[in-house]
Design a binder for this molecule. Sequence first.
Ligand code: HPA
Length: 236
Amino acid sequence: MSTPHIAAEPGDIAERILLPGDPLRAKFIAEHFLENAKQYTSIRNILGYTGTYKGVPVSVQGTGMGIPSISIYIHELIATYGVKKLFRVGTCGAMHKDVKLRDVLIAQAATTDSAILRNIFGPSINFAPIADYSLLERAVSNARRLSLPVKVGNIISVDRFYDEEIDNEKLTKYGILGVEMEAAALYTIAAQFHVQALAIFTASDHLLTGEGCTAEERQNTFCDMIRIALETAVET
Ligand code: HPA
């Protein structure tokens, strides 16, 4: 059995999964963090692997960029393969003055300009896509235990990387910490299927200062974020 986008048999994918946008990051996580990782899919070069972390089965799967792409993978992972705990691990643009380059952010909620919410709920309801509370609480406590500082709050999932209309200053005034392109779909689809989801980010660039990470800096903080996600994924 295979879905249109994932070539795996039932049981090939663990109930706990990490979801980077970049398929090569999925490969990196499988090779550097998981034991006995085996690749289960390469359709469209979107790679997926299952291995173990501290003895617990964990998968890692690329999602591509943006809400339409991640929505396909999440839907199939949950509806066909029975995935129950989903962790987006990715980069975001820092928007807020309190967020520094390389900070790790956890999205308590994901504001969005995407039409997905209007399409699902109609024009009069503004659904609030939120993190699963128990995953959020555990991730924060694991970060503390590992002495890895994190910031927790609202982020925005935008539909376009290059836009001219979004008022970043206003969003920042209302406490939005960072910008990325997938978390609102993850939280909304997790709510639809009653499964748990959390999005964790590394600030790879800063919209206020124009700074960006070097490849090496990106890798190091990326690893902090992965450790937090994996430690949280394998609990209970
Ligand atoms: N915008 C949208 N998504 C992003 C950004 C950004 O500046 N940085 C990393 N992901």
